[in-house]
Write a protein that binds this ligand. Structure first.
Ligand code: AMP
Length: 633
């Protein structure tokens, strides 16, 4: 067995040789001529000249060898449904969905926006798009009309696939009214809306635009829709993510590079074998859902569990009962979910036979030591942290136990993965920080490995400006995370360098929330900061200066405004972005040149020293915030 250090070294020193070998893990319709074409940095093209298809690799090739094995296992503790699809059945459903999309006029390269709860049809739609060369853009079901409208305008989808409703904690969340409102708000109007009716909420179908999936499926079931062979560099999907500005970025992914990256990660990192079962508790609206609910496990020939529901309903043993029932071998979740479980009786970790489980992988936010230890002790299984981003599509830092078994260290996601030339850079000088113990910005030397974003959808300039221009004089990809490395080369992630916050593993831009709050007619100024929270990692806290401050004569008037602001965010962005608290203040802390002192606000909220305040214009501003956050919540 090769040591991981050698494996990694080779991936950088002999990049083409290394990835050509990994590329054998998938099927190619036509072999590639060039492994990595990097003549116009930072734009990398992987497996140029090759033709393949994600759906073929995820579904069709397994129909030949394991037709009756479980492929998709759907469990909803919201609607009490449980259904399994073998590879053959999945193949049929995906072809039916593909035929329906074709009948609605979807062509290769067209976008299909998927706004769906966690139901099998969402996965069918993604795979069907991949099959016919349409570009899917999944929007998280927790987002509301405003967020959805801006994504519709950016993606310009031919068809939107949606459903009547999702369900959370037994409460029906109707999707259709939110979608109708989003289409009304959007400048671009999709020509067709395809709707799955779960029978949870009534739907008004708009004649000429809205189509019932059940009716069309019936018509097209049994259709043979062959995979369209795509160039390796053709776009498979876009997925929106938050950054420093209010406008979300469409992270654009290719086809061949992504398929190879996922196949390699299933082997080297997640230790998944064909025939085994993978369970990721994420949502298809996030990158983890794309890579490790839908594509990764299926490409590896594994069954994948799609779970709709909470970790604690009907009780905190539900996930472990699924591990036992379906003999889950690899499980993937987020630290927040474990912290939710930690509030429950630990007996729930002990009630089920977990002997099939090789490891629990956690990602999406920092994994604190207490949480990691609690779950490691409770399950008696290895806990493997992995650090990555929507942009990269698969882990940047972790431990590749499939290559060489190595210890994890509490508090550290691990070491740079093969293909990633990770460095720490001094923020101001751009100098590389060698050795151990120096805090710097985590950056990656180009080219980014296969599977990472190709560019920002329809905005190459933004891709270069946002990600590759932050370090003076150097073309390196910035992760926008602070990091530090120890003597053994293990990295520790110390939080974001920008205004992105992480609430329960969900990445949110404080600017987006500020823009939404600003749309309230009585808001003059607003600052949103992320504040440490023991359950969710971080929560958003908003500080607002009212236009009609004189009208806020009593607590009731203030409370009313706070409530209205929360509602504004709920309606525009969705409950996921709702601040934990809105505080009305007289003035926001700014420098004399008018720059908002966000870090100082955050420090005060976290009861830390706000640092150097010599440039502050009005010291009472911070004092008021201090008094507010110290007072009764
Ligand atoms: P997302 O694009 O939503 O996956 O969010 C990516 C961001 O989440 C990263 O830039 C980090 O700030 C944070 N993150 C993800 N995984 C980890 C981890 N294992 N440890 C610490 N931070 C993480």
């Amino acid at each position: 067995m090769m040591s991981f250090a050698d494996f990694h070294r080779r991936s950088i020193a002999d990049r083409d040789g290394f990835w050509a070998e990994q590329a054998r893990l998938i099927d190619w319709h036509r072999p590639f001529d060039t492994v990595c074409e990097y003549s116009k940095p930072p734009f990398a093209n992987w497996f140029v000249g090759g033709q393949t298809n994600l759906c073929h690799n995820a579904v069709d090739r397994h129909v030949a060898t394991r037709p009756d094995q479980n492929a998709l296992i759907f469990v909803s503790t919201e609607t009490n449904e449980e259904r399994t699809y073998s590879f053959r059945q999945l193949h049929d459903e995906v072809q039916a969905m593909a035929a329906v999309l074709l009948s609605l006029g979807v062509m290769r390269g067209d976008r299909v926006l998927i706004y769906m709860p966690m139901i099998p049809e969402a996965a069918f739609a993604m795979l069907a798009c991949a099959r016919i060369g349409a570009i899917h853009s999944v929007v998280f079901g927790g987002f509301a009309s405003g967020s959805l409208a801006s994504r519709i305008d950016d993606a310009q989808p031919t068809v939107v696939v949606s459903a009547d409703a999702g369900s959370r904690s037994g409460k029906v969340v109707a999707y259709k009214p939110l979608l109708d409102e989003a289409i009304r708000l959007a400048a671009y109007k999709p020509s067709k809306v395809l709707l799955v009716d779960r029978g949870l909420a009534s739907m008004q179908l708009e004649p000429g635009r809205d189509e019932s999936y059940a009716a069309l499926r019936e018509k097209h079931l049994g259709a043979q829709v062959p995979c369209t062979w795509l160039e390796s560099t053709e776009v498979s999907y876009t997925l929106y993510t938050s950054g420093t500005t209010g406008k979300p970025k469409g992270v654009q992914r290719d086809t061949g590079g992504y398929a190879v990256a996922l196949a390699a990660s299933m082997k080297h990192i997640f230790m998944g074998e064909p025939g085994e079962t993978y369970f990721s508790t994420s949502d298809i609206g996030w990158v983890v859902g794309h890579s490790y609910i839908v594509y990764g496990p299926l490409i590896a020939g594994m069954a994948t569990i799609m779970y709709e529901g909470l970790p604690i309903r009907p009780d905190a043993g539900i996930w472990w009962s699924l591990v036992e029932k379906y003999k889950v071998t690899s499980m993937f979740s987020a630290p927040t979910a474990v912290r939710v479980l930690k509030k429950q009786d630990p007996k729930y970790l002990k009630q089920h036979d977990l002997s099939s489980l090789k490891a629990l992988f956690l990602a999406g936010e920092p994994l604190d030591e207490t949480t990691a230890k609690w779950i490691a002790d409770g399950l008696g299984k290895p806990i493997i942290d992995n650090y990555w981003q929507t942009e990269t599509g698969w882990p940047i830092l972790t431990i590749a136990n499939g290559v060489e078994r190595a210890p994890s260290k509490f508090g550290s996601p691990g070491v740079p993965m093969y293909g990633y030339d990770v460095k720490l850079i001094d923020e101001t000088t751009g100098q590389e920080l060698r050795g151990a113990g120096h805090k710097g910005v985590v950056v990656i030397e180009g080219p980014l490995p296969p599977g990472c974003m190709q560019t920002v959808w329809r905005d190459d300039e933004r891709f270069v400006k946002t990600y590759w221009s932050t370090v003076p004089g150097r073309l390196v990809y910035s992760t926008f995370d602070w990091g530090i490395r120890d003597e053994d080369g293990y990295y520790f992630i110390l939080g974001r360098t920008d205004d992105v916050i992480n609430v329960a593993g969900h990445r949110l831009g404080t600017r987006e929330i500020e823009e939404s709050i600003s749309s309230h007619p009585n808001v003059a100024e607003v600052a949103v900061v992320g504040v440490a929270d023991s359950l969710k990692g971080q929560v958003a806290m908003a500080f607002v200066v009212a236009k009609d401050a004189g009208g806020l004569t009593d607590d009731l008037a203030r409370l009313r405004l706070e409530g209205e602001i929360m509602k504004t965010v709920d309606q525009q962005l969705g409950a996921v972005a709702r601040p934990a608290r809105v505080h009305i203040v007289n003035v926001l802390p700014k420098t004399r040149s008018g720059k908002l002192l966000r870090r100082a606000i955050q420090a005060v909220c976290e009861r830390r020293d706000p640092g150097d305040l010599t440039t502050i214009e009005d010291p009472t501003a911070l004092a008021q915030i201090q008094a507010l956050v110290a007072g009764p919540a």
